[in-house]
Design a protein around this ligand. Structure first.
Ligand code: AHR
Length: 515
């Protein structure tokens, strides 16, 4: 009888809140010295000459009324500095294999135009080029990651780009750089050798690309030992494990600084669904595709381990994020989409996967930074807003270069229409000052999840929390209501004698900080 009354009380509570209650998940954190450091570059971004990412996004030109520094919007610079973005990949994407960098240097009015074949057939006037990008990276405090043209470029062209940006002595390319107003080299570290070589980068086979890679990589000199350049191979399309196998087998480890992987969360490539107008079905299947990242990283890493047991070659997930149909009324070639709580959950869960695989994943680039796909920033003329994904990146920046704290737990399930996904995603780290950060995501669209964490061995006592959630999964920040979804203080936890008891609301992302 007593039990029946208790059950009725619980049910009454659930129907009041609208959320069902689940059993508590016990999450164990291992405070071990052997764990890897979470490379800050996992929190990297991507900026392509695509739609309104560069033109109308980052770059408005120095004659614009919108406040700018050498043509780059000041509001975007400030927002990205706040995120502490560690690196920025440019100029593509598919665009990279059509881009000839010499078109984008020298006097702007003398630069040739090209047609952007992949993205809307727009005329590109090359007004944003190498100097503009690399100077912007300096202002942002971000490492540039240049994607070289293999598909339609030459070995000489890419070798020259390295010399132009990195050589300080006298040489044809450093003289040209100086003539164009830059004395000191930028010393660009990260170099992509082609992009999606299996597709828009040249429709190559893995075997053919491996040969091309070796040739291009050989002539990209590491000028004057400037700390070394990291050569990054164009990686597989999602679960193309053969691509990884062939590249790892065919390219000596000492020629390969990193190997890419691209994976987009998409419901169905032929019917991608709307960015804001979606049902729980759309949410579930976007998350299913996003959470596949765990399997992809695990399986690609296992192949890399075979050829590189010392884990010298980094896995670089240089394109990830959600891909929906473009916002109604916008150019289909511009890939502009809004960004809801669904995207925040997706970002939080994906970043947890990367953190937990920090031994191999050492860089990742969200696609893309401004106005394209899962953007952190959206602009409309002079207006700029940040998205829920931006907030997640901001909350998670505490993991950058912190020591991973490995976790173990059995996730409860999020069930929808007979299909299941793990409901909880988590990762934790300890920063150089000893502060512990635990990031938790409840993927479940309907139910709270209770988590208990033993914190006695972590060397911290006092916890505070930040959360991002909203009334509806479909909520987003608009130009009319830019702060609908912003991080808030989270108080849904108790510290009971060294055990944290946390109630994580449905579709929410939170970070706990212990000091
Ligand atoms: O991010 C958009 C496009 O997606 C990139 O240009 C390409 O690399 C990928 O297919």
């Amino acid at each position: 009888m007593k039990k029946t009354i208790q059950l009725l009380l619980v049910l009454a509570f659930c129907s009041q809140t609208g959320f069902a209650q689940k059993e508590t998940t016990i999450l164990t954190i291992k405070n071990t010295a052997e764990a890897p450091t979470i490379n800050k570059n996992i929190y990297g971004h991507f900026a392509e000459h695509l739609g309104r990412c560069i033109y109308g996004g980052f770059f408005v030109g120095d004659t614009s009324k919108i406040p700018n520094t050498k043509g780059v919007r000041n509001d975007i610079i400030a927002a990205l500095k706040e995120l502490q973005i560690p690196n920025l990949r440019w100029p593509g994407g598919c665009f990279a294999d059509t881009y000839h960098w010499k078109d984008g240097i020298g006097l702007q009015q003398e630069r040739p135009t090209i047609v952007n074949k992949w993205w809307g057939g727009t005329t590109e006037d090359n007004s944003f080029g190498t100097h503009d990008f690399l100077n912007m990276c300096e202002v942002l405090g971000a490492e540039p990651y240049l994607s070289g043209n293999v598909g339609s470029g030459t070995v000489q062209e890419l070798a020259d780009w390295v010399q132009y940006t990195n050589f300080s002595g006298k040489s044809p390319m450093s003289d040209l750089r100086k003539k164009n107003g830059r004395t000191e080299p930028w010393k660009v570290k990260f170099w992509g050798i082609g992009n999606e070589a299996w597709g828009c980068g040249g429709n190559m086979t893995a075997e053919y690309y491996a040969g091309e890679y070796r040739k291009f990589a050989t002539f990209m000199s590491d000028w004057e030992n400037t700390g070394g350049i990291t050569r990054i191979a164009s990686g597989s399309n999602s679960e193309d494990y053969n691509w990884t196998e062939v590249l790892m087998k065919s390219i000596p480890n000492n020629m390969l600084g990193g190997l890419g992987v691209h994976h987009y969360a998409v419901i169905d490539w032929s019917k991608k669904g709307d960015g804001t107008d979606f049902s729980e079905d759309g949410y579930f299947h976007t998350m299913k595709s996003a959470l596949k990242m765990e399997e992809l990283v695990t399986k690609h890493a296992a192949i890399m381990d075979k050829y590189d047991p010392a884990k010298k070659v980094a896995m670089i997930v240089d394109e990830w994020g959600a891909w929906y149909e473009v916002e109604k009324g916008t150019n289909p070639g511009f890939l502009y989409q809004q960004n809801t709580m669904r995207d925040a959950v997706l970002a939080g869960a994906t970043l947890n996967i990367f953190n937990n695989h920090a031994d191999r994943v050492r860089m990742a680039n969200l696609a893309q930074c401004v106005n394209v796909l899962q953007a952190v920033i959206l602009t409309d003329k002079a207006k700029m807003i940040t998205t829920p994904t931006y907030s997640v990146m901001k909350m998670y920046r505490v993991h950058q270069d912190a020591k991973l704290l490995p976790l173990s737990f059995q996730s409860p399930l999020y069930t929808f229409n007979g299909e299941t996904l793990p409901a909880i995603s988590a990762s934790a780290s300890k920063d150089k000052n000893g502060a512990v950060h635990i990031s938790l995501v409840n993927v479940d669209a309907k139910n709270n999840n209770k988590i208990e964490i033993d914190i006695k061995d972590l060397g911290v006592k006092n916890f505070t929390g930040t959360i991002i959630t909203s009334a509806k999964l479909q909520d987003y920040n608009s130009f009319e209501n830019p702060n609908k979804i912003v991080p808030a203080v989270f108080k849904g936890f108790e510290n009971k004698k060294g055990k944290l008891e946390i109630t994580v609301p449905p579709f929410s992302v939170l970070v706990l900080e212990g000091k």
